[in-house]
Design a protein around this ligand. Sequence first.
Ligand code: HH2
Length: 286
Amino acid sequence: MKPAGETRGKQVGVGDLLRGPGPLVFGILNVTPDSFSDGGEFLDSEDAAAHAAAMLDEGAFAIDVGGESTRPGSEPVSPEEELGRVVPVIRAILTGSPEAVVSIDTYRASTAEAALEAGASIVNDVTALRGDPRMEGLVAEAGCPIVLMHMLGEPKTMQRDPRYGDVVGEVRDFLAQRAEHALSAGVKPEKIILDPGIGFGKTLAHNLKLLNDLDALVGLGFPVLVGASRKSFLGKITGSDDPKNRLFGTVAANVVAFERGASLFRVHDILANGEALEVAAAVRRA
Ligand code: HH2
C-alpha cells in the first residue's frame, strides 16, 4: 500500500479527510501491559514511537494511542497512570514523525486534555461522552474530531450476557442520541464520528448483525469507524484462539464494513487491511 504521504498530515485538513469516503486506517498503539493483542509490547516510548512510525510508513492515516485496556474483564487504571503512559508516547511519536495525526483513546477529560496539548488531534471516547462530564466541553472547545462509540455496560462485565431486543435499532438510537448530546454541548457536526463498538457488550450474533446492517448507522449522516481488528468474535468463526492469527478474518470484516458504508478502520495490521481496502475502494470507483 502506498504511504499516505500527502494525504497524511495536519496541513491537508484532517477533518475533511475524516468526512470523505475513505477508507482511512487508524493504527492501534496500546501503551498498556494488558491489552488483548498487543499488551506489554509498547510500554517503552521509543518502542512505541518506532511502531507508530512503521505503521505510518505502511500507510496509516492516524495512530490511535490508548493507555487503558478496555478488553472484556479489564479493570480501569488511575488517571495518573493512564496519562503517564500516553503523553510521553505521543511526544515521542510527534518528535519522530512531526506530521503524524494522533488520536487519543480515552474517556477521561484530563487525559484527553494532556494528549491534545502534547499534539494529539482526535479524541476517541469509547463511552461516547458518558465517562467524564468535563469531556464534552473540552472537545467542543478544542474543536477536534470526536469518536462516539456504543458500549453496553462497562468493560469489566460487558460480555457476561449482553441482550438486545433489536441490536441494530438500539445501537443506532444510542449513537443518534449521543451525537445530539455532543451537538447540544457545542461540538460541530463535522467533528462527529460514530462507532458501533464491535465487541463492547455484544455476542458474536450481535457483532455480525451490526456489520451486516451497518448502513443503518451510516444513514445517521456521520462518518462511521469500525474496530473489528483481531477481536474474539472473529476467532469464534474461524477457530483462531490467538488474536495474532485473526488477520484474514479482520480483513474480511473490514472490507464488508467498507461495502456497507464505513469509512474509518481501527486496525493492528496496517498493510494487509490498507491494501484490501484500497482494492475495495478501486472496485467501488470502477
Ligand atoms: N476497541 C478497542 C479499544 N478502543 N475504540 C473505538 N473507537 N472502537 C473500537 O472498536 C475500540 C476502541 C479494544 O481493542 P484494543 O485497543 O485492541 O484492545 P484493548 O482494549 O485490550 O487495549
